[in-house]
Design a protein around this ligand. Structure first.
Ligand code: SF4
Ligand code: SF4
Length: 336
């Protein structure tokens, strides 16, 4: 494999920015959709189905419901499809979703990069505090899995899916940010400040979604491998890993924190010392690292495409329901 592989960093930044801008565009289109029902005369725009990606708990419920009944809930079906897509890609290309697609991951990255510029460094918690805090995301994941995966029977879910609350849960999610309370604002400010100081604070310590993807990522056949014979122990991989993995001391990076961002591979100056590899069960082969995001994006959109062709993408809620329910949510927020 020919070096240098520095192209991997701009490639990743471009993919991240592309998905971030797409998220902003989806958010804006959804905002315009909601305004149509709130403000008489406001032009109508179609509801972007992909906005349901912001409903991961709904996605988890719908996923369980599908496993038990074989039915895709019709209210936010794209939430289920994207949840399944994200789980599926994590089995193949580990936490590549976090490292290349997730807009919150991208935002966190630019915030810690800004922190690095301001303070000339990012701070690091001691090992005990770091491990203790990292357990929070697993506790949150366990809580959601218990409440939804175990405690909630499918008939209760079916009732929840047809409730008015769930029909406009996406509108409520939008208002959580557009009409945030003082508490929400201060929590976000605190998270922003912590993200400035510590790399990927939200992803590393708090995100239950990332915790789930990390556990699934253990099964991924793709791994970063280091060849001790070629390694010059220059520290570049360890120094630049955004998830603080001591790559230089590993033969294989198996950590559930690994984003598959290829930053370590892109910084390694020694040919053959650090490579992306795939384990096919019979042998371990070196793979061109640019293939990683391509496999990730193709698989992600393949699942979305299956959702679309099977008519499990667009919500089945008629606009008449939105006409009735969105002004009710608006009134609720005005009267708070
Ligand atoms: S080990 Fe390499 S691929 Fe994994 S997060 Fe660290 S820099 Fe990225
Ligand atoms: S960047 Fe490459 S050469 Fe340097 S320590 Fe890591 S694996 Fe070894």
């Amino acid at each position: 494999m020919s070096l240098p592989r520095t192209y991997l960093r701009p490639l990743r930044y471009a993919v991240q920015i592309g998905f971030f801008l797409l998220t902003l565009a989806i958010g804006y289109q959804f905002y315009e959709f909601v305004r149509h029902f709130e403000a008489p005369g406001h032009p109508f725009v179609e509801r972007p189905s992909s906005v349901d990606a912001f409903l991961p708990i709904g996605g988890l419920m719908a996923f369980k419901y599908f496993l038990l009944t074989g039915i895709v809930e019709p209210v936010h079906p794209s939430g289920f499809i994207m949840f399944a897509a994200i789980l599926g890609v994590s089995l193949v290309v580990k936490k590549g979703f976090c490292g290349w697609i997730c807009p919150i991951g991208t935002l966190s990255q630019y915030v810690w990069m800004a922190g690095e510029k301001i303070f000339n460094r990012n701070f690091r918690l001691g090992p005990f505090t770091d491990i203790s805090l990292r357990s929070i995301k697993y506790v949150l994941l366990g809580l959601f899995l218990f409440l939804i995966g175990i405690a909630m029977p499918p008939n209760m879910m079916a009732l929840f899916f047809i409730a008015d609350y769930y029909k406009v849960v996406d509108v409520r999610m939008m208002k959580f940010f557009t009409e945030m309370t003082a508490i929400t604002m201060w929590v976000l400010i605190a998270l922003g400040a912590l993200s400035l100081l510590y790399k990927n604070f939200w992803c590393r310590y708090l995100c239950p979604y990332g915790a789930l993807l990390g556990l699934l990522s253990r099964m991924s056949p793709f791994k970063v491998r280091r060849n001790e014979e070629k390694c010059t122990h220059c520290h570049a991989c360890t120094e630049h890993c955004p998830t603080l993995i001591d790559v230089e001391s590993k033969a294989v990076v198996k950590s559930e924190e690994c984003f598959g961002c290829m930053t370590c591979v892109s910084h390694c100056p020694s040919e053959g010392a650090l490579d992306l590899t795939v384990n096919t069960g019979k042998k371990v082969s070196v793979v061109k690292p640019w293939l990683f995001p391509i496999i990730l994006i193709v698989l992600f959109y393949l699942v979305i495409g299956i959702g679309m062709v099977t008519d499990n993408w667009h919500s089945k809620i008629p606009n008449e329901d939105y006409q009735q329910l969105i002004p009710e949510v608006q009134k609720e927020y005005l009267n708070r």
